[in-house]
Write a protein that binds this ligand. Structure first.
Ligand SMILES: O=C(O)C(=O)Cc1ccccc1
Length: 332
């Protein structure tokens, strides 16, 4: 395929982010042109405006939970991305490293007398370097909570600055002329930005994995690998629904959830975010096994969506896509 014919895929960049790795695992650069964006919102805007054919964004982490920026953009409280649907997912094992500038011949920092929980904590997470000169850490807000034991043990009290991605954190540290900063980022980012790995596998859980979503515009045609196949089982697909309920009405949420039981649709996750309309009101994000069929009268997902729409205040189907869970690790 000629380079200029390749469809653009927007991802949370810069290069060497975990989202970049997720994008590469789904869209080979031979057939797609991967385009880094500064923020998750920029990825949504690129897809909504048609500048990009697909977008890849982080959605949830196995140990630290939801990426709230992505949830709020899918919830579309401000009506800025009304045509975005989810059409795929990817799971990427996340092994965070501490990246910075190592001090030649210095003795590696050792931890204070902290007992790690051997069941969860990565035994490799021991500094290779002296960390005593580090005065500031950069990373994406999701990363701090994935590396609690290491940070508490070796870098307690050091200032932390949130940045837009883990690779942006590495880029900032590479530009620091004084060497007092470090980033929670990846091995790939160490290579790309020419940084030293001061400690590796610093995440609390060995099986630390992040799930990424692929997004499209609702009027964009599905590629064969994104579309259903006649032999696909319903439970190999997932769907996402957002809805609000009348908070003053006892049992309003329970009534909505009963619909999924009625149609034998297994719920795989439930999340909430503030509705943005009224304090202490929430948008519910419900993921479940199954897919919406094109023919509105067909299938249990379509029937369930129809029933929920009559019970809840507002609801919106956010897409159905092939589950990739079997390809990922399930260990903690
Ligand atoms: O893609 C990245 O590098 C991000 O910054 C998002 C993120 C943060 C932590 C784990 C996985 C993805």
């Amino acid at each position: 395929m000629a380079n200029d014919e390749r469809p653009a895929v927007a991802f949370l960049g810069p290069e060497a982010s975990y989202t970049h790795q997720a994008a590469l695992s789904t869209f080979p650069p031979t057939t797609h042109s991967l385009s880094p964006c500064t923020t998750i919102a920029d990825v949504f805007t690129a897809v909504q405006s048609g500048t990009a054919h697909r977008g890849v964004v982080p959605f949830e982490n196995s140990s630290n939970g939801s990426v709230i920026f992505t949830f709020d953009l899918i919830g579309d409280l401000h009506g800025t991305h009304p045509d975005i649907l989810v059409c795929g997912e990817a799971y990427v094992p996340v092994k965070h490293c501490l990246l910075g500038h190592s001090i030649p011949n210095a003795i590696p920092t050792t931890g204070r007398n902290v007992q790690f929980d051997a069941k969860f904590t990565n035994p490799l997470a021991v500094p290779r370097s002296d960390l005593s000169k580090i005065t500031k850490l950069y990373s994406h807000p999701q990363a701090w909570g994935q590396c609690k034991a290491f940070l508490d043990t070796y870098l307690k009290g050091v200032e932390r600055q949130d940045v837009s991605s883990t690779s942006r954190a590495a880029e900032l540290v590479a530009a620091d002329p004084f060497g007092g900063t470090a980033a929670l980022s990846s091995h790939v980012a160490a290579k790309v930005f020419g940084l030293d790995v001061l400690a590796e596998s610093i995440n609390d859980h060995l099986g630390n994995t992040t799930r990424f979503l692929v997004i499209r515009r609702r009027d964009s045609a599905l590629a064969p690998q994104e579309d259903k196949h006649k032999n696909d089982k319903q439970d190999k697909w997932k769907s996402l629904l957002t809805f609000t309920v009348d908070h003053a009405h006892p049992g309003a949420l329970a009534k909505c959830l009963t619909v999924f039981e009625k149609y034998a649709l297994n719920l795989t996750s439930i999340n909430t975010r503030p509705s943005g309309v009224e304090n202490w009101n929430y948008v519910f994000f419900v993921e479940f096994d199954g897919r919406k069929e094109d023919d509105e009268a067909q299938g249990n997902v379509n029937k369930a969506l129809n029933d929920v729409s009559r019970i809840c205040k507002a609801c919106s189907w956010k897409g159905s896509w092939k589950s990739r869970l079997e390809l990922s690790t399930s260990a903690v």
